[in-house]
Ligand binder design. Sequence first.
Ligand code: PLP
Length: 919
Amino acid sequence: MKASNKPKKSLGEYYSALQLRTDRWTNLRIATEQLTQTLTEKRRLDAERKIRELIEVLRPIELYWAFPGHDTFERLEVLLEEGRVEALANIVRNICRALMSNSYRRNPHHHDLDELIEGSPDDESNESRPKELPYFEVLFVDNFTPIQEANLRRTMASMRRPEDPFVYEPVFVPSLTDALIAVMFNHNVQTVVVRNGLRLESDQTLEILHRYMSRLEEDALQDVEPKEYGPELCRLIAKLRPELDVFLFTDQSVEEIAGANLGNCRRVFYNQEDHLELHLNILRGVSDRFEAPFFTALTEYARKPTGVFHAMPISRGKSITRSHWIKDMGEFYGMNIFLAETSATSGGLDSLLEPHGPIKKAQEKAARAFGAKQTFFSTNGTSTCNKIVVQAIVRPGDIVLVDRDCHKSHHYGMVLAGAQVVYLDSYPLNDYSMYGAVPMREIKHRLLELKAAGKLDRVRMLLLTNCTFDGVVYNVERVMEECLAIKPDLVFLWDEAWFAFARFGPAYRRRTGMHCAALLRERFKSPEYRAAYAKYAEKMADADDETLLKTRLMPDPDKVRVRVYACQSTHKTLTSLRQGSMIHVHDQDFKDEVEQAFHEAYMTHTSTSPNYQIIASLDIGRRQVELEGFEFIQRQVEQAMSLRKAINHHPLISKYFHVLTVAEMIPAEYRKSGIKSYWDPEHGWSDIAEAWSEDEFVLDATRVTLSVSGSGWDGDTFKNQILMDKHGIQINKTSRNTVLFMTNIGTTRSSIAYLIEVLVKIARELDERLDDASAVEKKIFERKVKALREDLPPLPDFSYFHDAFRLSAGNGTPEGDIRSAFFLAYDEGKCEYIPIEGNAIEKEIATGRKLVSTTFVIPYPPGFPILVPGQVISQEIIAFMRALDVTEIHGYRPELGLRIFTETALAALEAKPVIQALQ
Ligand SMILES: Cc1ncc(COP(=O)(O)O)c(C=O)c1O
């Protein structure tokens, strides 16, 4: 950007400007309190100098926030110069308290200097306080003079009416650059009013604030004409924070503006200063997001007296309040939940299976919030959503490419749909006994292979998990673009079970299915793309497969169809009751090709008694994420980053534990940006923008994988016996030598602090234990550590389907008929068992026999199937199973051995095509 040429001050030790702000206010409070004490002349002068410095650093930051506000802030220095140190300390203390507790949001007098000096704006006993209204800030962008600013502030304040549902405060910035910084920094901003006089550049010199501007925006702004600043700002805000409302004031003609792309601009004002209209529009915009139609319908229903003459004795709490034995249930849950329990679908409520009322509206709002064309709620988790989408899209015999370490719901979905499955191998992280994600090259290779075999017309879907359980994130845009270049109508199912929050973090959003679907749809329509494609097509006319594998492929704009589905467990990363999930759809051919099948699939898997509380919580979760998702995610990332930094650089913790870095989880070949770690002592925080826009894979920082091998405990022991039993810390996933800490939008600074405290304690105990250990005990410990670090069995790749389960066996492509194998195994007479101990397996293999699994075999951890029905058991898989020291292996009974098909059963199948054999 041509922004200010003034040198920018770097504050590399801070991950974000929010942290910097909190820290500086705390330091200012300490320094001003110090000044009220009796000090030597030198210490007094030092304290004053420190205060001046802190005010200097805070001044540019406070420009972007309504509280404490410009006037109050300027008074701080005046109080210092006047020597009113008690007043200064009071005001700073009260500001800090209000900022920490968020009480400034509740206090309409929060700009009142006297109140800030005298009392606490946090004073809970303030009886006269009016009803608490949700609070937000409105960003006005214009090059105001101080007088104009004061006038507008006064005018907007005079618009408030007692019946307003919300209260807001204005924030004023002069330029487009400042506006972009403000919307990325100040999470209180819900609305932006862009006015005529804005300029382009900022006077801001704090580098940490400019970090909010990605390189993309900087480039985009190079050649913008002054009269385009307003419209350009609208477009950029839509890219960065699509949930915000934007109003544009312009003196351009209606004709000029009418055809322009103004992002999500809600309304254009042609320069008339109708403040009441603006005020009402601002409130309406936020109301639109605040409104939760189904939650409201349910609360209203709960308030109405009704006589219940249908199922559900629990409805209205009747079976509980009249009970002698289960009253404690009523006391525990409270009455509201029972008042809101009903099987009725009328009386203001709605039916999830045929929604026409508030559920329909709630789903439409969710679609808008998550950037989908259609959204469907599910009360059975993403396990069910995945099966619905697979059944809706895949017909028996269709080829589906699936990452093998995907959630088991997909494998069962393939069985139900009768898909011909091509399993894709993710890159292995053998040192940590876990998988990464499927490389682009592997996906393209499989598609090209199918193309060469003339089977592309049968390829229907690509199914990938994004992000993976461990936080590896795909380059969704690139994956879809390159696959569509080979198979232009390929359907994508992104399992975003762990990624519902991603839409509301600007960097994360770029790697979500819905965002990329919209982006690609726009791109393929543009004349620029068409021109670029023409050149590309000419160059690639005779390209061989190796060239295709190495080149970034481009789809043909005349053939391409954008068909994307994303399933999200809202309950995993956002506010929702357990099992609350959503299916988001952006499929160009949905209405013509899929709607009916989708409906059938939805009916197949959805209960006819869906839980209303879950649906209401999905509706409310959507409201929350639209209004404060950005803030919560920013804070979550911040907490996770500080956890990473604290663990890896704590002298005691880092002796035994270590958070895996980006470089340890993503091999260099997939990191074009060269980023190795989010933080290192030499360079401070890395700029992740480049990695997130370019790299094949990136790491979701909110998932923190801790290597525990240095402690001598394996992942499972550390999880159960140390973290859970001794310290009450719950985690979900482990590998042989790692445990995964997941942060979420509810993670607080104190929970992070507690975790660090616990790790310090564990490390100290280990230190003491080793200090007291005998030479032999030390040796045993070292051996354990070595075994956990080095003796890790390599993760086995998918072997192959037995010919009996391949409809077109022998022609080189790997798809297999998992469904036939699955159902064949229902016949116990066609199955037998073989122990994995001893050499029975080797003996059988030596005779040339192919051992074929009848079931899914899924060890926990790592939790992915090492065998699926119909798969040939390889020596590598057996070696892996033998080396595993986990006790939980689904699909395997140690007392019996591996369940395999008998030779006779396979021979019978090979003699006839599989489908006939099953009849
Ligand atoms: C990648 C993935 N997909 C789907 C699911 C299933 O989600 P749910 O628990 O909402 O049914 C999980 C559960 O852990 C998962 O990890």
